[in-house]
Unconditional design. Structure first.
Length: 171
C-alpha cells in the first residue's frame, strides 16, 4: 500500500476498504460528532459507506481525506487531509479544505497538528494545491487550535448548515 506521508509518529495513506473497523469506531462516536452537525452511524454495516464516500473523492477529484495510522500500533486513528470543495461555502468555491477527525482516545497527543502540518507541506510542495482554506464550528476550540498551530489565520464567522463557523485563511 502506498504511503503518502510519514511523520515522526504517523503514516498517512489512502482510506481503504480494510479500514472498516477503525472507521466504525470513529464514525459511531457521539463525541466526534459534537460539533459536526450530523449523526454518528449506529452499525458496522454503515462503515463501508463512509469509506466509499471518501474513496469517491479520489475518483472524482484526484484527492480526498486520508487515513491516519499510528506507527507504534498500526492502528487507524482517524482521517485527515484535503477535500476538494466544489460547492459555495462562505462565498468560496473550488478550493481545498484541510480537515481531520480522530477517535477520542487519540486526542490530546498532538497527532492532528502533526498530521495537518505534514499534509500542508505535501499538499503545497508535492501536489501544488491552491487555494487551501479551513473551517471549524466556532465553538470547536480544539479544531480551531489545530488550524492555528498548522499556520492558518482565523477570519470571519459565517453560518454553515445552521451552525456558526469560523473561516480560516492559509497564511
Ligand atoms: C479536532 C480534533 C482532531 C483535535 O484533536 P486534539 O487532540 O485536540 O488535537 P491534536 O492532536 O493536535 O492535539 C493537541 C493537544 O495535544 C497536546 N499534546 C500532547 N502531547 C503532544 C505532543 N507530543 N505534541 C503536540 N501536542 C501534544 C497539546 O498540548 C494539545 O492539547 P491542549 O489543546 O490541551 O493544549 C479532535 O478534537 C476531533 O477529532 N474532534 C472531532 C472531529 C472534529 O471536530 N473535527 C474538526 C472538524 S472542523
Amino acid at each position: 500500500m502506498e504511503i503518502l506521508i510519514e511523520t515522526e509518529r504517523l503514516v498517512i495513506r489512502e482510506v481503504i476498504p480494510e479500514d472498516i473497523d477503525g472507521m466504525f469506531e470513529l464514525e459511531s462516536d457521539a463525541l466526534v460528532h459534537q460539533y459536526l452537525g450530523n449523526q454518528p452511524i449506529k452499525t458496522r454495516e454503515e462503515s463501508p459507506g463512509r469509506i466509499e464516500f471518501i474513496r469517491l473523492q479520489y475518483i472524482d477529484h484526484g484527492i480526498g481525506r486520508w487515513a491516519m495510522i499510528e506507527k507504534e500500533t498500526n492502528n487507524f486513528i482517524g482521517w485527515t487531509g484535503f477535500k476538494f470543495i466544489n460547492e459555495t461555502v462562505n462565498g468560496h468555491i473550488n478550493y481545498y479544505d484541510l480537515g481531520y477527525r480522530m477517535i477520542p482516545k487519540y486526542w490530546g497527543k498532538g497527532y492532528a497538528t502533526e498530521a495537518a502540518k505534514a499534509c500542508l507541506d505535501y499538499g503545497i510542495n508535492q501536489l501544488k494545491l491552491n487555494p487551501i482554506y479551513g473551517i471549524a464550528a466556532d465553538d470547536n476550540s480544539s479544531s480551531k487550535n489545530v488550524l492555528v498551530k498548522a499556520g492558518f489565520t482565523p477570519a470571519e464567522t459565517f453560518m454553515h448548515h445552521g451552525i456558526l463557523h469560523r473561516w480560516f485563511n492559509f497564511q
